[in-house]
Design a protein around this ligand. Structure first.
Ligand SMILES: Nc1ncnc2c1ncn2[C@@H]1O[C@H](COP(=O)(O)OP(=O)(O)OP(=O)(O)O)[C@@H](O)[C@H]1O
Length: 223
């Protein structure tokens, strides 16, 4: 598939931190098609977080290009087409004095009615029904992470970036998250890049996914 049709495309990307001689990425290429779930694995220090930071345009490649939905990330103006789910606990919302409904609704752009409908739909699909009036501080780690996912999907992004979304969750929390994610992506044709070192716990999710490995600065298909 040509890169302009990919939800996320790294083409021959090389990147080194200024204070380091060895590049973290060295000719790395990766294409995530619309609607595709791509799981990126790799050893500690392989460069997974660096790759995500390049996808956000927070770091710029020394050579090669990073494109999101056809636009070079440096020229991307409307970031509502990208959703982000941080590591469990990293969202910083646990102590936020707001209810689940307020947090999800406030993430939807659009009219009051649209926001209410979309938030209600997301809370239902993420098994948050019944928790709408709960304060963020009253939720378990798994419930909090599902709220983070609802927020990230609020505006039907074309691309979702998830950085170790299940690390720090207990078994049930990780399993629920992995069970819910694929159908949500599928229904909205949302592409996703999910970074993890925890393939085993993502069982269900990984079965339908394109799994790639970052090793020696390059991205290879995982056998
Ligand atoms: N700001 C920085 N300056 C210099 N080197 C860095 C910086 N950030 C990361 N590195 C180095 O870049 C390499 C890749 O780090 P990165 O955090 O991207 O790996 P990772 O695959 O995400 O690892 P982990 O699974 O441990 O999170 C490592 O050698 C790391 O020490």
């Amino acid at each position: 598939m040509a890169s302009h049709e990919s939800a996320l495309a790294f083409e021959n990307v090389t990147f080194a931190f200024p204070n380091r001689l060895a590049p973290v990425l060295e000719g790395a290429s990766l294409a995530v098609a619309p609607g595709e779930l791509c799981v990126l694995i790799g050893e500690n220090g392989a460069g997974k977080s660096t790759l995500v930071r390049l996808a956000f345009g927070e770091l710029a490649p020394d050579s090669g290009s990073v494109r999101i939905l056809g636009s070079d990330v440096r020229a991307l103006h409307d970031w509502t087409c990208v959703g982000y789910v941080p590591q469990a606990g990293a969202g910083g919302l646990a102590g936020f004095p707001a209810t689940v409904r307020e947090v999800v609704r406030a993430s939807v752009t659009g009219s009051h009615r649209e926001a209410r409908q979309r938030a209600d739909e997301l809370m239902e699909r993420l098994s948050l029904t019944g928790l709408e009036r709960h304060l963020m501080g009253e939720l378990s780690g798994g419930q909090l992470q599902r709220v983070m996912l609802a927020r990230a999907l609020a505006n039907q992004p074309g691309l979702l970036l998830l950085d170790e979304p299940t690390s720090g969750l207990d078994e049930d929390g990780a399993r629920d998250f992995a069970r819910l994610l694929p159908s949500l992506l599928h229904d909205d044709r949302t592409a996703a890049l999910l970074v993890t070192h925890d393939l085993a716990r993502l069982g269900v999710l990984v079965r339908g996914a394109h799994v790639v490995r970052l090793e020696n600065g390059r991205v290879e298909d995982h056998a």
